[in-house]
Design a protein around this ligand. Structure first.
Ligand SMILES: NC(=O)c1ccc[n+]([C@@H]2O[C@H](COP(=O)([O-])OP(=O)(O)OC[C@H]3O[C@@H](n4cnc5c(N)ncnc54)[C@H](OP(=O)(O)O)[C@@H]3O)[C@@H](O)[C@H]2O)c1
Length: 232
């Protein structure tokens, strides 16, 4: 698809990978970028229009869709990691992860699917993870929420095919954002994730495997589970 002249909406756009998506879209010629944020009053980024959007608030999703009927690209980027360990801790954080990562993505996709259809098909991008495929003993519920989001992405790809919407899943290992502050491992730059995604959109490719971690996990999927090199 053509990025030049597109109208994009990015969720969780105020920092991390979301902000990198905003900047990459502008750099690739998007005519408008709506930055979905929970606190528009604190958001300032030239070339982006802040839009109140907590993806767990259905009334905000409905209002966003009603007011932004010109959108041609939706990027479901908002996500959290808040869950307990495998054998202890409250399930509250695990439920919150599902609310944001899975139900939030689903709700926004439902609301904007008819808008994308009306505007010629467009594209829907879901920010997934190597954890969509890899067991994670430290953060099992985050991985489960990303696996659920991957399944949803596949369903959306098939379900929106007839309306001409390109559905892209972006999978990455550790990316250098607030979410990985305490993690002492090699990390990809958010701008690299965004740039690879722009390239996939331009080439109509449905899957982005950002780094070597992700590519090797993807390749090991059909083998025994211990080949997936579980994250500890
Ligand atoms: N960092 C990684 O290593 C990595 C790897 C693979 C995939 N991912 C995925 O990439 C996405 C972005 O991650 P990141 O590393 O950039 O995270 P981040 O720096 O922690 O930023 C998370 C973003 O999501 C927003 N958000 C959280 N809850 C929300 C809600 N209910 N409604 C709307 N926005 C909400 C946050 O807004 P506030 O500022 O208001 O909290 C923030 O803008 C996530 O889906 C994450 O799972 C990250």
């Amino acid at each position: 698809m053509k990025l030049e002249g597109s109208v994009a909406l990015v969720t969780g756009a105020n920092r991390g990978i979301g902000l990198a998506f905003v900047r990459a879209l502008r750099a690739h010629g998007a005519a408008k970028v709506y930055a979905g944020v929970r606190h528009p009053e604190f958001f300032e980024e030239s070339g982006a229009e802040p839009l109140l959007l907590d993806v767990t608030e259905q009334d905000q999703i409905v209002a966003a869709a009603a007011a932004r009927g010109d959108v041609t690209i939706v990027i479901n980027n908002a996500g959290i990691q808040a869950g307990p360990g495998l054998l202890d801790g409250s399930f509250d954080g695990a439920r919150r992860e599902m609310e944001v990562n899975f139900y939030g993505t689903w709700a926004l996709s439902r609301a904007f699917a008819p808008i994308l259809a009306a505007n010629g098909g467009g594209a829907l991008v879901n920010m997934l993870s190597a954890s969509s495929w890899r067991p994670n003993m430290r953060y099992p519920s985050y991985a489960a929420s990303k696996a659920a989001e991957w399944s949803l992405t596949n369903a959306l790809r098939l379900g929106l095919r007839d309306q001409g919407t390109l559905v892209v899943g972006v999978h990455a290992g550790p990316v250098d954002t607030d979410a990985t502050l305490g993690l002492d491992v090699p990390k990809v730059k958010p701008s690299d994730v965004a740039e690879m995604t722009m390239r996939a959109l331009e080439r109509n490719e449905p899957e982005v495997l950002v780094d070597e971690v992700t590519r090797s996990v993807r390749a090991a999927l059909s083998g025994p589970v211990d080949r997936l090199a579980p994250a500890r």
